[in-house]
Design a protein around this ligand. Structure first.
Ligand code: UD1
Ligand code: UDP
Length: 360
């Protein structure tokens, strides 16, 4: 086979988790190809970036664009401006973007305009809420992708409904679960909850970072409810930097344990041992479904309906008063659930099968 040149674009915490197994599998299957990893720098704090590259054993990025934070326009524009010359210089056969962050949108636009075919990992998710920045990012990334790698039938259905040609759509499963499966022995042996003095199965793990929740006054209602919950059951809250900036005074919630964001292995160790998880994260809804841990999602809906239908996820709406329901789940043990089809640790192998075949 001729020497192929493949590009992978990552930029934010969930991107690393989704892309790492794709990079690893394609490096294994195409050892003579050139594999170019671009880190846009959308996330740059060590706890959102370097720790993931290290724990997930991603290769050192070939290019670091160091775009950093900014408004949507600034951040997206900086990625576009800095990625374009890289894509031009690398003379690529195929590229990959993942998920729905601003770096995904920017990369999709650069690639389509330069005529480089790309695959979108985690294609087809729809919240049907266009006030969410991620919804816009996903729609654009899907529209121009040559290969749409979907993790569930729901996602395939959404793409079909939008008129995307069936030949572009591939139901491959969930690459986030590939990462989880690969690292399960390592995170299981950490026992972080016990090291933090928390009894496994008897605490609530919280993660919140969506602008609709944390950028407005509802955040303080949520925190008041967490304080009330923490009087019944321990509450551990690794706080995303966006949220950290909005919590005016942690001392108003003395029973909530606020900590800095933790690494992937640490977070999965806590997630697996939690009695329940309260979240607005996309990835966490999927991981808890796989692990069988009760998950409560503080959002109006979910773009991952399979996690509520088969999995452990309950959508609470943006209703802080419903946080009280979480206490009942703690101690009830793992919730009866099914793991969605193809969430089996082999999604990136299926992606690689398709890619290797197409490159031939
Ligand atoms: C981004 C994604 C969101 C994803 C989330 C995962 C977009 C529009 N949003 O949200 O879809 O769910 O990542 O975590 O792409 N900051 C730091 N250190 C960093 C990065 C950010 O302190 O490494 C702070 C900055 O003050 C920044 C704020 O966090 O302004 C928000 O960062 P940004 O990348 O704009 O969005 P996220 O909320 O992280
Ligand atoms: N995660 C982590 N540390 C944390 C919080 C989350 O490692 O303190 C992991 C989590 O296990 C999942 C990913 O980050 O793999 C999800 O990212 P995030 O919630 O930031 O983004 P979203 O999935 O909502 O886009």
């Amino acid at each position: 086979m001729a020497q192929h040149r493949l590009l992978y674009v990552v930029g934010a915490r969930p991107n690393f988790v989704k892309m790492a197994p794709v990079v690893a599998e394609l490096r294994r299957r195409l050892p003579d190809a050139v594999h170019v990893l671009v880190h846009t720098g959308q996330h740059y704090s060590d706890e959102l970036s370097e720790i993931f590259i290290d724990q997930l054993e991603l290769p050192e990025p070939t290019h670091r664009l160091e775009t950093g934070s900014g408004s949507h326009g600034e951040q997206t524009a900086r990625v576009i401006e800095r990625l374009e010359p890289v894509v031009e210089a690398e003379r690529l056969d195929l590229a990959f973007v993942a998920g729905d962050v601003n770096s995904t949108l920017a990369a999709a636009l650069v690639l389509v305009k330069l005529g480089v075919p790309y695959g979108h990992v985690e294609s087809g998710l729809r919240s049907f809420d266009r006030s969410m920045p991620e919804e816009i990012n996903r729609i654009v990334a899907d529209e121009f992708a040559d290969h749409l790698f979907a993790h569930s039938e729901d996602a395939v259905e959404n793409l079909r409904r939008e008129g995307i040609e069936p030949e572009r759509i591939h139901l491959v499963g969930n690459t986030m679960i590939d990462t989880l499966c690969r690292l399960e022995p390592r995170f299981r042996e950490l026992g972080l909850a016990e090291r933090l003095g928390l009894e496994p199965g008897r605490f609530v793990l919280v993660t919140l970072h969506r602008p609709a929740l944390v950028d407005g006054p509802v955040l303080h209602e949520v925190l008041d409810q967490l304080q009330a919950l923490a009087q019944c059951v321990p509450v551990l809250f690794p706080v995303h930097p966006r949220t950290r900036q909005r919590i005016a005074d942690e001392s108003r919630y003395p029973d909530v344990r606020f900590v800095a964001p933790v690494g992937y292995l640490e977070f999965l160790s806590l997630e697996a041992d939690a009695g329940a998880v309260l979240t607005d994260s996309g990835g966490v809804q999927e991981e808890t479904t796989f692990l069988g841990v009760p998950c409560f999602t503080l959002r109006p809906g979910t773009e991952r309906p399979v996690t509520t239908r088969l999995g452990t996820n309950v959508v609470l709406g943006v209703d802080p008063s419903r946080i009280a329901d979480v206490a009942d789940a703690v101690g009830a043990g793992p919730r009866a659930h099914d793991v969605p089809p193809l969430w089996d640790g082999h999604a990136s192998e299926r992606i690689a099968d398709i890619v290797v075949e197409r490159l031939r």
